[in-house]
Design a protein around this ligand. Structure first.
Ligand code: SF4
Ligand code: SF4
Length: 372
């Protein structure tokens, strides 16, 4: 008979990681039923194992950290925090998917998980009127910095800000925010990364720090302070800042005749409670006909790329991507907008297979298009 190994120290750590909520789980199974990659992930079993301090067999690597299950949990269990607690344990036991280990080494060697040269980090900003200090510091995600398609979103943000008369600065010496490091369960290097990014930001003396990616937003705003790295200015996702510029009249959106839907990225929505600002931007563009998808706001589906799945390219997560794209197609929108570089990449990659006639765009890209 197979024996279960119990670790009381692990049990205490998981209890702490969940803010004590794991003890509230009464094994109803709603999480397993609602999990976006179910039946691939036995969430209820993982929660039971956490309650008693049993080791995980590695299934927690499949989690997308989307928090969709948490919306359905009647006991308020912080499921994704428990799963990350297990990932820390697996990391300590050197039981980590190879693709994530590769990412960690690339971040260590090059400052980004793509393995792109450090000297090219700011190539995206070439030709734009940006400074080495200024009112708004843009923390560009590794994806927006290096991926040619996603550089367009970063450029669009700068151009929109310049139109509002805002002096923009970019970070010489910026490294990856460490989202994938965090999701891999690594603790010590994460602290080093956080400190190094904050010291770069301090030199810019910004009044506000803007992120393009909700993952960077979460890291800088919520995770870094836990590692003693406090940002020198308020951290905002760019949609928050631009929505305010629009409602205060500093930016006047132009025209764009298109039917547009919006996908809530998990790290902007369920993780950060930012639902209205992207919609405010879209709905202020003249000529836009805005339509919601069946699942929206806190019930939004996931792009399939969170929790490191983007880097692991697992099959279960592609199913999630396709399901969301199908919802977007069903709205008959011409544009599927979102506000996360990972979501854009996941959807655009899958579109190459399903070939729906819908274009995936960043919210700031359609705002910029309207201003032309
Ligand atoms: S939904 Fe919540 S209470 Fe129910 S099994 Fe899952 S974690 Fe436990
Ligand atoms: S966070 Fe998402 S992928 Fe992970 S268990 Fe919950 S629903 Fe499933």
């Amino acid at each position: 008979m197979a024996r279960l190994r119990i670790d009381f120290d692990l049990r205490s750590k998981l209890l702490r990681a969940s803010g004590g909520t794991i003890n509230l789980c009464y094994q109803c199974g709603s999480c397993t039923a609602s999990c976006l990659i179910s039946p691939g992930l036995p969430v209820r079993t993982i929660m039971r194992k956490a309650q008693i301090g049993a080791l995980d067999d590695g299934s927690s690597w499949k989690c997308l950290s989307c928090r969709y299950c948490e919306v359905t949990c009647p006991r308020g269990v912080r499921i994704s925090d428990v799963i990350r607690g297990y990932r820390i344990m697996l990391y300590e036991n050197k039981s980590v998917p190879e693709r994530l280990v590769e990412c960690l080494w690339k971040i260590y060697d090059y400052g980004n998980p793509l393995g792109a040269p450090r000297r090219e980090r700011l190539v995206w900003a070439k030709g734009l009127e940006v400074f080495s200090s200024g009112e708004a510091a843009i923390y560009s995600c590794c994806m927006n910095a290096y991926d040619k398609r996603l550089q367009y979103a970063a450029k669009s943000l700068v151009e929109v800000l310049l139109k509002a008369g805002i002096k923009v600065s970019v970070l010489e010496g910026e490294n990856c925010c460490g989202d994938v490091v965090y999701n891999t369960g690594e603790e010590y290097y994460l602290e080093e990364l956080a400190q190094s990014n904050i010291s770069v930001l301090e030199k810019l003396k910004p009044t506000v720090i803007l992120t393009l990616s909700p993952h960077c937003y979460n890291m800088l705003k919520n995770i870094y302070p836990r590692y003693g790295a406090k940002p020198p200015a308020p951290v905002l996702h760019y949609t928050q800042y631009i929505a305010e510029l629009i409602t205060s009249g500093r930016i006047k959106p132009g025209n764009l005749n298109a039917k547009v839907t919006y996908h809530d990225p998990c790290y902007l929505g369920r993780w950060s409670n930012i639902y209205e600002e992207p919609r405010t931007i879209i709905q202020h563009i003249n000529g836009v006909k805005f339509v919601e998808m069946e699942h929206n706001r806190e019930n939004s589906l996931c792009c399939g790329g969170g929790g490191g799945a983007f880097w692991m390219e697992n099959i279960e997560s592609r199913k999630v991507t396709r399901e969301r794209l199908t919802e977007a197609k069903n709205t008959e929108a011409e544009l599927m907008s979102t506000a996360c570089p990972y979501c854009i990449r996941m959807f655009e990659d899958e579109l190459k297979i399903v070939r729906y006639s819908i274009r995936v765009v960043d919210v700031v890209e359609i705002l910029r298009e309207s201003l032309r």
